[in-house]
Design a protein around this ligand. Structure first.
Ligand SMILES: Cc1cc2nc3c(=O)[nH]c(=O)nc-3n(C[C@H](O)[C@H](O)[C@H](O)COP(=O)(O)OP(=O)(O)OC[C@H]3O[C@@H](n4cnc5c(N)ncnc54)[C@H](O)[C@@H]3O)c2cc1C
Length: 392
């Protein structure tokens, strides 16, 4: 460990979540001398996630039984009064993974591509040193200074690294969805391949409740953007008194998870001289669903590619690193901004309006073409036009 901490690098990646692991994989694979730093003593721990991911094959990752716990074929959405909308997507399938193993697998993949990895090492500062950055880290009570040309900040929702580099990345508390979750055994599922989502201003204001089947267990959790009660109190309430209470009667927790999802959309700027920001740290997470694993992985991959290219060009100024933002925005910006708009609409709706919305959508939907749904909603429930007219 100490040898790694005393070396000089082309690229230092802070944070070994899906974003950081993919960034260090791509950076090392393309020949840059790369170090991945993780503050936890074990990559993948603690888990702060419901562990559902739409696709991994496109990253060249096989859905291995060692981390895939379940295959997902769609979702069942419940309105506040219990109206059901079943969403499936032809041919598409996703996975519920064991993040503890999946994140480790991604880190091992980065190591196999040539990245060094250090754990129990926290980045506590960043200083400009000519064309280099000095990343100040703490390992077992000692401080070390790691010199690098490029820093990739993949340090999650509580990111400090981007701010240290002068980028505006701090999330305001109400822009973060506060989440609580139990992984539970003995949940009686409606369908072992369908995720369940429950909406309502009473049960989960500004968010939703989820039950995600995970093989022998299920992740039962929620996110709220209201500080009247703690997320865990809303969750206990749902388990005791909510719509699924009969199916949760026998359920018992085997793990408790808390965390925050930054749902305010992407930060203003994700690059500067010798610095790139990736994943939750950059707000690359759906403001509507809170899904961020896939986006963190994809943006991480782009960041690693752009960083290693800059090293080859011997120019890691922001002029060159801008390619990262251009590329991730071209792929994901519209999606993120649309999801932000839809989230803002949903959180203005009363429970009666959420029921009307479910009625308008109908009992089953094929695909997730939100624009198509908007047309259907306002044709069937003109009273909801006020919310959706700007989206037409
Ligand atoms: C309760 C909950 C449920 C969720 N469910 C889902 C879901 O089902 N599907 C989905 O797609 N998304 C989900 N998300 C979001 C998803 O977890 C994140 O979007 C995803 O993990 C982002 O990846 P990341 O690599 O950007 O950050 P993270 O996974 O947060 O990784 C950041 C890493 O950086 C490390 N770190 C932080 N600071 C430092 C430092 N100073 N020095 C060194 N290391 C540091 C952290 O320890 C951590 O390992 C959920 C989020 C929450 C809170």
């Amino acid at each position: 460990m100490m040898r790694e901490l005393n070396d000089i690098y082309d690229v230092v990646v802070v944070g070994a979540g899906p974003g950081g692991c993919m960034a260090s994989y791509a950076s090392a694979k393309n020949g840059a001398k790369t170090l991945l730093i993780e503050k936890s003593q074990e990559i993948g721990e603690p888990v702060r996630c419901a562990e559902a991911i739409p696709s991994i094959e496109e990253f060249g990752i096989e859905p291995k039984p060692e981390f895939v716990r379940n295959i997902i074929k769609g979702g069942i959405l419940f309105s506040p009064s219990g109206k059901k909308v079943i969403v499936t997507q032809d041919k598409a399938q996703g996975y519920v993974v064991e993040r503890k193993i999946f994140d480790k697998y991604l880190a091992i993949r980065a190591a196999k591509a040539g990245s060094k990895v250090v754990v129990k090492t926290t980045a506590i500062g960043l200083e400009k040193d000519g064309d280099y950055w000095n990343v100040i880290v703490e390992f077992l009570g000692e401080e070390y200074c790691i010199k690098t040309k490029i820093v990739i900040a993949a340090d999650g929702v509580e990111s400090n690294i981007a701010e240290y580099a002068g980028l505006k990345a701090k999330k305001k508390p109400l822009e973060v969805c506060s989440c609580a979750e139990y992984e539970m055994a003995n949940v009686r599922l409606l369908d072992k391949n369908m995720m369940e989502f429950y909406f309502g201003n009473e049960i989960s204001p500004g968010g939703y409740v989820w039950i995600f089947p995970k093989g022998d267990t299920a992740n039962v959790g929620l996110g709220v953007r209201d500080r009247k009660k703690k997320a865990i109190d809303y969750l206990e309430d749902f388990i005791e008194n909510g719509m699924a209470k009969d199916r949760l009667k026998e359920a018992t927790p085997i793990e408790f998870k808390v965390g925050g999802a930054p749902v305010s959309g992407p930060i203003e700027k994700t690059y500067t001289d010798g610095v790139l920001v990736v994943g939750d740290a950059a707000g690359q997470i759906s403001p509507l669903t809170g899904g961020g694993i896939y986006l963190a992985m994809d943006c991480g991959l782009i960041a690693g590619e752009v960083a290693s290219k800059a090293i080859k060009m011997n120019d890691w100024s922001e002029k060159i690193l801008k390619e990262y933002e251009d590329r991730w925005k071209e792929k994901h910006y519209e999606y993120l901004m649309n999801h932000l708009k839809y989230r803002k609409i949903l959180e203005k709706m009363s429970d009666d309006e959420l029921d009307a919305l479910a009625e308008a959508l109908g009992e089953s939907l094929d695909g997730v073409d939100l624009k198509k749904f908007v047309k259907r909603i306002i044709t069937k429930k003109p009273s909801l036009l006020k919310y959706f007219k700007d989206l037409l």
